[in-house]
Design a protein around this ligand. Structure first.
Ligand code: ATP
Ligand code: MG
Length: 230
């Protein structure tokens, strides 16, 4: 089994802010859930792993390569950041075609990804007219365009209504069954429970818990249980 991410003593500081303080973890193929409190360092870990930020100290490998020195390691990887940010005057189609070209995908893949997430009718509208749910769907389509081998999703269920949750989880399930790997950051983790192979809890810039998901499931449940009486 190949590792998607291998981090060794990974640190990331932003001036005085110590966002990551010695993360050591090996994220395997399959579906990994990254959980933890607000401000814990989850999104920073994802960005350093993708080569968007240079580590302050320590090392990270993405599919075996240093993503800062070897940006080509990202070629087979789809990403949706949270919140999704887009150039607002462009249309959904222009944005997705831009992403498809960067990834070496065909323009035809744009329609396919838009259909997958139900935004094909909005493709030729300007992004500044999209609702927050449509923006989330556009960012998911961005991550899936060209059918990458590995998909990173930061909060894929944020801003979606209740009915959309099983729809999006179902798409991820189908793609996982086709051999795609996922690294998913989500505060709402229960819908992914049955799909998760590996789990990492990041808190205070450190790995608080990691392991095969079914083995750490009990500890995660206890950690994120709502307070008594709520
Ligand atoms: N580019 C940046 N410049 C300065 N500080 C940053 C930057 N990115 C993140 N931080 C800080 O690093 C810490 C970790 O942030 P991060 O976004 O990684 O947390 P998170 O676990 O994703 O939180 P959330 O659940 O709220 O999304 C926070 O204190 C945040 O303010
Ligand atoms: Mg975050």
């Amino acid at each position: 089994m190949k590792a998607i991410i291998e981090a060794q003593n990974l640190h990331k500081y932003f001036g005085p802010i110590k966002a990551l303080q010695g993360i050591t973890v090996e994220i395997p193929e399959g579906l990994t859930l990254i959980l933890g409190p607000n401000g814990g360092g989850k999104s920073t870990f994802m960005k350093v792993s993708l080569g968007l930020y240079r580590p302050t100290k320590g090392t990270v490998r993405l599919l075996g390569k240093d993503p800062w020195r070897h940006p080509e390691a990202r070629r087979g990887i789809g990403v949706a950041f949270d919140p999704g940010r887009f150039p607002k005057l462009t249309t959904g189609r222009e944005w997705l075609e831009f992403i498809a070209r960067v990834r070496g995908a065909n323009p035809g893949d744009v329609e396919k990804a838009a259909r997958l997430f139900g935004i094909e009718e909005a493709l030729d509208r300007r992004i500044d007219g999209y609702s927050s749910g449509m923006l989330k769907r556009l960012s998911l389509a961005q991550a899936f365009v060209g059918e990458p081998e590995v998909v990173f999703l930061d909060e894929p269920l944020a801003n979606l209504d209740f009915e959309s949750v099983p729809e999006i989880v179902g798409i991820i399930k189908r793609w996982k069954e086709r051999g795609r790997s996922f690294v998913i950051i989500s505060h709402v983790w229960e819908p992914f429970e049955a799909l998760a192979d590996y789990g990492v809890v990041i808190s205070g810039g450190k790995v608080y818990l990691k392991g095969r998901f079914h083995e750490i499931r009990g500890q995660i449940g206890a950690m994120f249980r709502p307070p008594e009486g709520s």
